[in-house]
Design a protein around this ligand. Sequence first.
Ligand SMILES: *Cc1c(COP(=O)(O)O)cnc(C)c1O
Length: 360
Amino acid sequence: MNPIAALIREDLRDFAGYASARSVSAVGEIWLNANESPWPNVADPRALARRYPEPQPAALRAALARLYGVAPECLLLGRGSDEAIDLLVRALCAPQRDAVLVAPPVFGMYAVCARLQGARLVEVPLCERDGDFRLDADAVAACALAAGAKLVFLCAPGNPAGGVPPRATVLALARRLAGRALVVVDEAYIEFADAPSLAPDVAGVRNLAVLRTLSKAHALAAARIGCVIADAELVAALRRCQAPYPVPAPCAELALAALDEPALAATCERIVLVRRVRARLAAALAALPAVRRVYPSQGNFLLVRFGDADAALATLAAAGIVVRDQRAQPQLGDALRISIGTPAQNDRVLAALTSLQAAA
Ligand SMILES: *Cc1c(COP(=O)(O)O)cnc(C)c1O
């Protein structure tokens, strides 16, 4: 069997999906095939939203493909990378049979989507070594094969762990799992990292997929634009499992504007600033008596262990600062995740935590 078909759920291999009014190829001047209103809403004078949108807005798809260095047919647009995660789990994992492998501590959506699909969850924890969290790629490969995992989610940079597994490690893992599992690299924060994206590698490794999003570095979280980059045949199969119109037209327009040269240049400047401020905040936090450890981070956040995480959370809350509690995650019983803010916001974080004493 072809290696892509082997990855897709057996009962969906010949699934055609929904044929929407927009998916028929027709030429005409007067379109009366989708029960849309012939007049725009008064709130929408440019008639941006009168008609159903393109299922995969071609201009946005091309612009993102150019930005990520991939072929447009290898890129599927959706409502954030969250939708891509859900779509991958639904299209590849048969309920009560197939498994999803994750390496915690990690982003929770992989486990949520597995649970909703009735897929088993296999966990191969990151190993803490030399003050950093590392992927145990040998254990991941062995457990994926033993458990019959169809999907292996890697997070690079890891949320919340902050590290990026070496490219050679990820590619070798994908080769070991060829025909058995899809290795998905979630690159939600890759713009903030030293390491380059693996998106261009998808062309040469058929069971490798990369998730990208406009939510973080591009500052468009509310537009809900993300994508999965994968083998073109897999992308076509995922498209058949997706909602008919996943990308609202106003969101596609906003995203396209964000990929214009001046907007992209401003995004690059923000990324440079975040990286600079991240180093400064990490050093300042590490010097505080209340802080046990600040992990190296390739993302726009810092993972911080506290002598008394309860007290740190309360002190920050009293100063009106909300951070992400990580204490329910394995290995992170004393850790909080702090997003990199503006320099002024980071100063407020430091000022609040400076008063905290070291734990006994
Ligand atoms: C924020 C985040 C996402 C969500 O991205 P959307 O494109 O907004 O859905 C995906 N993966 C990780 C690891 C994240 O931290």
